[in-house]
Design a protein around this ligand. Structure first.
Ligand code: SF4
Length: 567
């Protein structure tokens, strides 16, 4: 019996829906989620790509994950057939979160594949990546990739494999990939900060699309839950949030598609998770939920906006035996909510809390951020005051239930994100973050039934570096692989300071920019990406934040606000 550490990491059993393709002439794709099985299989985007690639007749796609801790020397093999990673024709990383970049290097090294594209040759598999983290800013991992597929998978997968078979030699494929496939990006054909634009591809509409769990397993964060996406993007445009900008215009799955997808859960599980950044903005949400409960499913929801929580929805939550509701005010003061364009008032929050508790949903999770642009200590003190007031209302209603739940505050450090109005911002410095955490700790200590989870300054720095980084950031990632992040942040202190703590000047919107061009500010590493977002619109939103002015939500009807619908 081989020792546990050298035994290849195989998936836990009891999976429903896996796809195993055997036979000659198949192109073998190793689809890698650069984190553990549990995390990867909880990701609907990853499951969707697995399904799509296996729809291609002559492609066999198998899943690979980061070997569990303690298996540092284990072979990196696939779930389906145990095939070692280095034996696939194409290795495709599906990356949703920047913080997983370090695992990507670990996995390639553990499989004996040189991480840098420039160190690989024709006998090595092609190494590529896709996923939202990549189409926001691929530059920190560009040196590790032969190519990227940027955008929604449905726009790229079939076209890519059509091309792949046309070219018998990888040099030709990589030479013509960008011209033949809009959305493909071959880094070693572009100097950093290249002027040549690379389009990011998005589906025009979702009329013929269903996005749902493909492989059902109990070894995920959503134990045996069948996930169904019901809306892509979000119309509300909170200025820190990528979902509100990069996926514009928000697109709605037709009700029939959602109900058909839910039907696929029948016989496999009774648990359905509805997924979207703006669940309650689906025009048929009440019918969808009614259909679910009428067919005996227990429903759960990825996010709920307090300002949209009406009696019907709360009834449904209660009937679905939801025990904890999540509300994301993000900022404590009305001023700061205007700055970030979070169109949620104190009244919305209090009413939602009272309705939820009255319906026996006794636990609350509240999301807040600190370190936001234009934030003051008073705004952070307002988080303390708002939480105390929520607690009072919570208490008043709970007393009637004679039971008291818990309020959990999840405080995150604001991380600037590409393709949002706050893309020009920088991470707040350590002293400011620590001081503001002190205000929260002091203000809420000894508040019974209130738990406060504070962020780590180090993790915030790593996230900001990987979110805003350029190609030199790849050196930091490799150093972190060898010696850990603390050493890497010190060793590359100048680069990290320049990326993390340097605010980039926001283009000033003089009259002439209304015509469509922006006065030249220093280029940002991801400026060569064209997602259709009109940069002057983002800059205007930054200036409106400075003026503490809210902006209307995206009407989802081809207006001219951000001009995405023009492209
Ligand atoms: S142009 Fe208007 S409708 Fe289209 S995405 Fe922008 S805000 Fe939404």
């Amino acid at each position: 019996m081989s020792s546990p550490s050298s035994r290849p990491s195989r998936p836990p059993p009891a999976e429903k829906g896996i796809i195993i393709k055997q036979g000659k002439g198949l192109t073998r794709v190793g689809l890698v989620y650069p984190n553990t099985y549990r995390t990867g299989m909880s990701n609907l985007g990853f499951q969707r790509v697995y399904h799509l690639i296996n729809q291609e007749p002559d492609i066999a796609c198998e899943r690979i994950f980061l070997p569990a801790p303690g298996q540092k020397h284990a072979a990196v093999i696939s779930c389906e057939t145990g095939q070692p990673l280095q034996r696939f024709d194409i290795i495709l990383f599906s990356i949703s979160f920047e913080n997983d970049y370090i695992h990507l290097v670990d996995i390639l090294r553990q499989a004996g594949i040189p991480p840098r594209s420039s160190d690989r040759h024709h006998l090595h598999p092609l190494v590529a990546a896709g996923g939202v983290a990549c189409f926001l800013n691929p530059e920190p991992i560009a040196p590790f990739m032969d190519f990227f597929l940027l955008g929604e998978a449905e726009c790229l997968i079939n076209e890519f494999f059509g091309l792949f078979h046309r070219y018998s030699h990888r040099t030709d494929l990589l030479a013509f990939l960008e011209t033949d496939l809009p959305g493909a990006y071959v880094p070693n054909r572009h100097p950093p900060f290249s002027e040549k634009k690379i389009p990011v591809r998005f589906l025009e509409n979702l009329d013929h699309i269903q996005t749902h769990t493909c492989v059902l397993t109990s070894h995920t964060a959503f134990k045996d839950k069948f996930l169904v996406e019901i809306l892509k993007g979000c119309p509300h445009g909170c200025r820190f949030c990528t979902a509100g900008f990069i996926y514009r215009p928000p697109r709605i799955y037709p009700k029939e598609n959602v109900l058909n997808a839910m039907d696929k859960a029948a016989g496999n599980t009774r648990k359905i998770g509805l997924v979207s950044s703006a669940i309650l903005d689906h025009p048929d949400i009440a019918d969808i939920c009614q259909y679910g409960t009428d067919h005996g499913f227990s429903l759960s929801f990825s996010s709920l906006r307090a300002d949209k929580l009406d009696g019907t929805m709360i009834d449904l939550l209660s009937r679905s035996r939801v025990k904890t509701a999540t509300i994301a005010p993000e900022a404590g003061s009305e001023r700061m909510r205007r700055v970030i364009n979070k169109k949620m008032t104190r009244t919305d929050i209090f009413q939602a809390v009272e309705k939820l508790v009255a319906k026996d949903i006794l636990n609350l999770r509240l999301y807040f951020m600190i370190g936001l642009p234009f934030e003051t200590d008073t705004d952070v003190q307002a988080i303390v005051d708002l939480t105390r007031e929520i607690k009072e209302r919570f208490l008043t209603v709970s007393r009637k239930q004679k039971r008291m739940g818990t309020i959990t505050l999840s405080i995150n450090a604001f991380i600037p994100k590409p393709a949002t109005p706050f893309q020009w911002a920088c991470l707040a410095d350590d002293a400011t973050l620590k001081h503001r955490m002190g205000i929260l700790r002091q203000g809420l200590k000894q508040t019974p039934n209130v738990i406060v989870n504070l962020p780590s300054v180090k993790t915030a720095k790593i996230s900001a570096l990987l979110s805003l980084g350029d190609r030199n950031t790849a050196d930091v990632i490799e150093t972190a692989c060898d010696h850990g992040w603390a050493y890497a942040l010190r060793r590359h202190a100048d680069h990290c300071r320049q990326i993390i703590h340097t605010e980039t000047s926001v283009p000033d919107l003089s009259e002439d920019s209304a015509a469509g061009s922006l006065p030249a500010g220093p280029p940002l590493p991801w400026h060569f990406l064209d997602s259709g977002l009109f940069e002057p619109f983002l800059a205007k939103e930054w200036h409106r934040a400075e003026q503490e002015t809210q902006s209307a939500s995206c009407p989802m009807i081809r207006c001219d606000q951000c001009r995405v619908c023009r492209t």
